[in-house]
Design a protein around this ligand. Structure first.
Ligand SMILES: [Zn+2]
Length: 116
């Protein structure tokens, strides 16, 4: 049984020493988050765009579980919040979500279906 962390880990992300490194296919090199941000800027890309392209497991993860707008992007390590920045969406998430289903794609899908 894989842990959620292992599941998120993929060929574009690895842990070496105590730092997480990210692979950038454009340059064919591994970078720390800070370095990656600088390199991406040279290509007019953001960490969010990198995350969407290489690290996002499920498209639902990038949408607010409540209103289906784009969710708030936190960081390349943490990905997206469950909701957008709307305060009523945040309130809804507080009532219906726990830390355990933060990244649970099935949970998100279920929430979205309920809204349909
Ligand atoms: Zn929302």
């Amino acid at each position: 049984m894989q842990s959620i962390t292992n599941h998120i880990n993929n060929k574009f992300k690895k842990y070496s020493g105590n730092a997480t490194q990210y692979y950038l296919p454009i340059t064919k090199q591994w970078y720390t988050c800070r370095r990656l941000k600088k390199i991406l800027q040279q290509y007019n890309l953001t960490l969010q765009e990198y995350y969407d392209k290489y690290l996002l497991l499920d498209i639902n993860e990038s949408y607010c579980m409540c209103c289906k707008h784009k969710a708030t992007f936190v960081s390349i390590g943490q990905g997206y919040r469950l909701t957008c920045s709307n305060s009523s969406c945040k309130q809804y998430a507080k009532q219906h979500a726990t830390k355990q289903n933060w990244r649970n794609a099935d949970f998100r899908q279920k929430q979205l279906l309920q809204l349909n």
